[in-house]
Ligand binder design. Sequence first.
Ligand code: PGA
Length: 255
Amino acid sequence: MRKPMMAGNWKMNMTVAEALALTRQIVQLVGDTTAVEMLLCPPSVCLHPLKAISSAMPFSLGAQNCHWQDSGAFTGEISPPMLQGLADYVILGHSERRQLFGETDETVNKKTHAALTHQLAPIVCVGESLDQNESGQTAAIITAQVQAALAGLSAEQLQSLVIAYEPIWAIGTGRAATAETAGEICGLVRNILRESHGGSVADTTRVLYGGSTKPDNIGEIMEQPDIDGALIGGASLEAASYAQMVKITAEQYGG
Ligand code: PGA
């Protein structure tokens, strides 16, 4: 069974002090939960301080990006070996990285290879723009992005894979996809995985939906059989709303 995941993508928010305070508040509000994986993805400078308090706390940690090389003259970049031991996951190919920092399907693929080589579980983000959505290209875009990100990787290598479907028009806009649409596209992602890497990868990969999720809509989104969790931006920056989303999901999954 796929364990549901509520992943908080904090983006470029939170100082170390704020990150520690937010994390403590979240843990206090959620209490003990084993039914849902709580994943916090803070800015990379916060990973070490959060790791230091994580042993007694029920959350995993993820980075928001990494380079594909192990080391070298890449000013400002962070490599997978540097994240090893600090993060369990790494978000790759978020649409903000694709749109604002020139990431392409090819670099996302290189990063996915590099993350897996260093035992970091990749959370590969895919999603279509409003134009692409309105001109009926969603399925083609998602198929191309998923296939490109996973090119050259075997089923054995993809055991820890997570994919996040995040329509660009839904991110930070307050306009989430309907639960049905989100569920349909996450189902499409699973079918793409089944065709490219077989039934076992399709059945075990967690597929998240992201884009304006909040306490009000998480219940219906999580009712969709092909959605295994959410990648949450804005609502993950407030302890109360993130904790509520974790609790709603935990109740749905009976724990
Ligand atoms: P949002 O962001 O929840 O604020 O829409 C989601 C994301 O960018 O991962």
